[in-house]
Design a protein around this ligand. Sequence first.
Ligand SMILES: N[C@@H](CCC(=O)N[C@@H](CS)C(=O)NCC(=O)O)C(=O)O
Length: 217
Amino acid sequence: MGMKLYRFRYSPYARKVQMVLDLMGQTYDTVEVAYSDRNELARVTGGYIQVPVLVDDDGTVVTESRAICERLVATARGARLVPSPLDGPIWAYHDFVDGALEDVLFRIASPAVRDAWPTPGDRALYAFVKERKFGAGCVDAWQRDQADLITRARHLLAPSLRTLSARPFLFGDTPTLADASLYGNCKMIEEADTRLLPRVAEPLVDFSRRLEAAAAA
Ligand SMILES: N[C@@H](CCC(=O)N[C@@H](CS)C(=O)NCC(=O)O)C(=O)O
């Protein structure tokens, strides 16, 4: 049985996991989940309908991207992505990306992600899911406030950009889990609208291509 990754193309958590798999040289299939058809996902997981979900080679179903990454970096090929003794700062960076950074970046991506769903039902459901959590009209408000959100994102990203102007990857010459995390958020922005990532931070376009090249090598 092969490994399977359930994802939305724009999910930063799924794209992070996918990059970890690519950097490991792992073979896997991706399953692109339709926003309003999560029957397969619910059957596989017993009811969890967020992405990513990883079905491992041995059939083990793992939810929550942090838990998936913990499992992957515990393998021989994955261990390189968290080189000792940098475990602490690498996981801390991972958590910064999935927390504070994603909290700003998903608001920048959401309006375009909503508009890209193929059916009116998907678009409405996507907006509804966001509105249940963040209030009526939130996706339209994030569209209106996009310039301010980009300013906030730039501020949060500035230290990382200084690091990346001096070295190819966040912790040096070779990619780590930290890079895969940052990449996941870059892909969210790019999948929303390719014109957005250079507006947020031009150097992250090169960074993303560099990491993809390292993963393909
Ligand atoms: N803590 C979870 C978060 C996963 C998550 O928020 N996934 C989003 C996509 S980015 C999702 O599936 N949302 C459900 C929805 O939009 O209905 C993880 O790290 O895996």
